[in-house]
Design a protein around this ligand. Structure first.
Ligand code: GLA
Length: 383
């Protein structure tokens, strides 16, 4: 049975007929990691794995929600003090609250939802969930909130209801995603451009280390604070620097003695990464995948040694990719576990994936998972 049919069946049992179906997507990011909350560039795309929900207004002041994946039901009101206990329900609650805070109308509804984004893999299952509901509520209650603001509703949900001070990349990709294209987004100006992405002769494969870091959200917030600290120090000399991505590398060197070494290293990574996104986009337009791949390896080095969001398992996978002549490889997403993203020539794919599974399993005692992804559409109504 398809996911849509399973949702339909459960919805019918719990709530009866009717409802409309909405969906949104997880994301990959080719390059541009931890740059979004620094006002830099990112280069994500929505993928063919996401969240789907059937939803119907129920004429009450309550949301009645069922998660097929957790096999759990939750009912909650729409006022601030009604915040539910279940983590998954808090995302939906947050989206309702953030929509209301922006003057949108939100009334009670019934919903059953499910997803196929692997959890904890760094593919943004949470953004897919937020975007599905932000988009759906906007349609169902005729709110006319624009797509940028829908993405911000998801982001604010993370900030205010889930404790992660994330940037805008995941929710943006999930809302604006388009089949076959990656999107270069300037996170300061919110200007964006679609880049058709179809590297002939190459495959994109994700390798999930299946490692999940318990303290990932506090470590993430700490990285963000380091960047803000570095930007504030630079701003004293260069008042036009609004965010770290505005800073030149030499300006960072000027404040090296004034800030903790850790903050310096974090900022060094970010300033390099913002430039790498632009270099990758140029290389893509020339069809120069070797340069794209080399930049991915450089990003991994920075994420591992300067930003310190990698782990042994991910470093192992990237090293192994290099040895198997993979064009580019790096940890993807927030880090602290999750996946590597790999750009690999068709003819090297089998050897690489076989070797990775074999050697990783031998070293770490559990098998990694492989995901082939297709760049797909983001938030939408499903007919
Ligand atoms: C997480 C966050 C994003 C972004 C990435 C790192 O996915 O949600 O906003 O910061 O990490 O690039």
């Amino acid at each position: 049975m398809s996911m849509k049919d399973k949702i339909q069946e459960k919805f019918q049992t719990l709530f009866g007929d009717g409802g409309e179906v909405f969906a949104s997507a997880g994301r990959i990011n080719l390059i541009g990691e931890h740059t979004d909350y620094n006002g830099g560039y990112v280069f994500p795309g929505a993928i063919d794995k996401g969240i789907m929900a059937r939803i119907k207004p129920n004429g009450t002041g309550k949301v009645r929600a069922f998660s097929l994946d957790y096999d759990e039901y939750c009912e909650f009101g729409l006022c601030e003090e009604d915040k539910p206990d279940q983590a998954w329900a808090r995302y939906i609650f947050g989206v309702c609250r953030e929509t209301a805070k922006r003057g949108g109308k939100v009334e009670g509804f019934d919903t059953v939802f499910a997803g196929d984004v692997p959890l904890g893999a760094g593919l943004s299952s949470s953004a897919a969930l937020e975007s599905t509901f932000a988009y759906a509520l906007n349609c169902l209650f005729n709110n006319n909130i624009d797509k940028f603001e829908l993405a911000r509703i998801g982001q604010s949900t993370e900030h205010n209801y889930c404790g992660v001070m994330c940037g805008i990349m995941d929710q943006f990709a999930s809302i604006f995603g388009k089949a076959g294209s990656l999107i270069r987004l300037n996170c300061k100006t919110m200007e964006y451009k679609y880049f058709p992405f179809d590297p002939k002769g190459y495959k994109l494969v994700l390798i999930d280390s299946c490692v999940k870091h318990e303290l990932a959200s506090s470590a993430y917030n700490k990285r963000r604070a380091s960047c803000e600290n570095a930007a504030a120090a630079i701003r004293k000399n260069h008042p036009d620097v609004e965010c770290l991505s505005d800073a030149k590398r030499v300006w960072l060197d000027e404040v090296r003695e004034e800030i903790p070494e850790e903050d310096f290293l974090r900022a060094e990574y970010v300033i390099g990464e913002v430039q790498r996104v632009l270099d990758v986009c140029d290389a893509l337009e020339r069809g120069d995948y070797e340069t794209v791949g080399e930049m991915m390896y450089q990003t991994h080095f920075g994420l591992s040694r300067l930003y310190e969001v990698s782990c042994d398992e991910l470093d192992f996978l990237v090293k192994l990719a290099r040895r198997c002549d993979v064009t580019g490889s790096r940890v993807m997403g927030g880090g602290f576990g999750g996946c590597t993203i790999n750009l690999v020539k068709d003819e090297l794919y089998d050897n690489f994936t076989d070797t990775a599974v074999k050697e990783f399993t031998a070293k770490f005692g559990h098998a990694p998972k492989l995901y082939d992804v297709v760049i797909s559409d983001g938030a939408r109504k499903v007919e």
